[in-house]
Design a protein around this ligand. Sequence first.
Ligand code: GLN
Length: 525
Amino acid sequence: MSPIEQVTNVFDTILVLDFGSQYSHLITRRLREFNVYAEMLPCTQKISELGWKPKGVILSGGPYSVYAEDAPHVDHDVFKLDVPILGICYGMQELAWINGKQVARGEKREYGPAELNVVDTTTPLFKGVDHSTVWMSHGDKLHGLPTGFKVIATSNNSPFCGIAHESEAIYGIQFHPEVTHSTQGKTLLKNFAVDICKASQNWTMENFIDTEIKRIRELVGPTAEVIGAVSGGVDSTVAAKLMTEAIGDRFHAILVDNGVLRLNEAATVKKTLGDGLGINLTVVDASEEFLTKLKGITDPEKKRKIIGNTFIHVFEREAAKIQPKGGEEIEFLLQGTLYPDVIESISFKGPSQTIKTHHNVGGLLEDMKLKLIEPLRELFKDEVRHLGELLGIPHDLVWRHPFPGPGIAIRVLGEVTKEQVEIARKADYIYIEEIKKAGLYNKISQAFACLLPVKSVGVMGDQRTYEQVIALRAIETTDFMTADWFPFEHDFLKRVAARIVNEVDGVARVTYDITSKPPATVEWE
Ligand code: GLN
């Protein structure tokens, strides 16, 4: 059984077929917010190959025009499922196209808010939604009613703002209920999923934990062993804790100390994950090995590659040392993949583009002949955090800022040496400590210090100094695609700068990075 089938076996599921809209994943997100489970698949999904039966289907928006030659179209077997269907924007145009082809370019594009005017107030879809603001984003229009349909709502610019089939539960709406600008959009989606599709609202984290633990036990069986890398970050910790709950010490966590972790990180992870959370953890100190390989390297891409490759090498070596109790081979590799990665790999990118497959551990799997186990693959980041809290993972760890795989190696600009790493580490520690003290940690999405490979003149105790520069970065963002720098108070910056120069040997000057993303990236390298 595929991972999707295993979950849809337990939870009533709404299938979202993605036509490539930038909002598609939000549909899934909104449904889950009122505890209805939803899965998104590309619009090209063959219904006969689905393997499970959804409670309802949503056809998403998309950038194409249904009448264009290369436009994507839904598998008509979707109508044979005999479940309610809701078409959103392109999805509605697709329904209209199938039932009479009355779609064409409108006189003008409509982008932004509109007022919804419900014509048929008996329609369950619009319960509590009339006269609310809805968000429009389209250039094409319905030019007449599709065969068998009636109008259920209008807006100033759209006489066919909402349509419904005369006798079957098939609906189409021109606007986007999944974006928050549609003020009652969530109510509408709930009307569809809960009232019309009769999906039960049992998607809770508590239920998820039970189901997932059961699933892991079945998958792994009574004797097999699993390994997985932990990093001290939230995803790998939550995944590791879940494995421990499911199979105890048959799960082996490995923390590779690559010499470029945060200050005291290896010891902290050992204490929190090993002692605190009872995870069967081995810490491997490979710092010398990494630092030796990084010697003389200044190019950021090369640093990343060296760290990635050395990691795989060390991990495999350590994994080979683990002797499973039953004398069996290690069979599975744990991977903390989240739903956005899965979506990224399956979402529909258009007729001319191939759909990417998800390979984030390709090398390891092939070399070690391991099967992949991904207990978080259905979850969004905030769901993982919620899960982490329920599993008793300390609050600070659950809400930790992201940390890059190559770690401090890409925060030491230029050559990475033990001494340089130590300077960057200490400065970062002070900075984060002050941020926490000021109660700002949760307001900031990511903050760190990096060490610049330039020297600058200073004066300390009447002595001329000639030492390096620390740059501080702090950003606010919701998705890390775009970001703005965080507006600290002057006093805060003054305090941090004074502490860093005083407490960290080798630093004579501190600057604050005031570049947004774009044009800058979050990390400096
Ligand atoms: N491309 C279609 C249009 O312009 C659908 C847009 C959408 O789904 N947001 O009307």
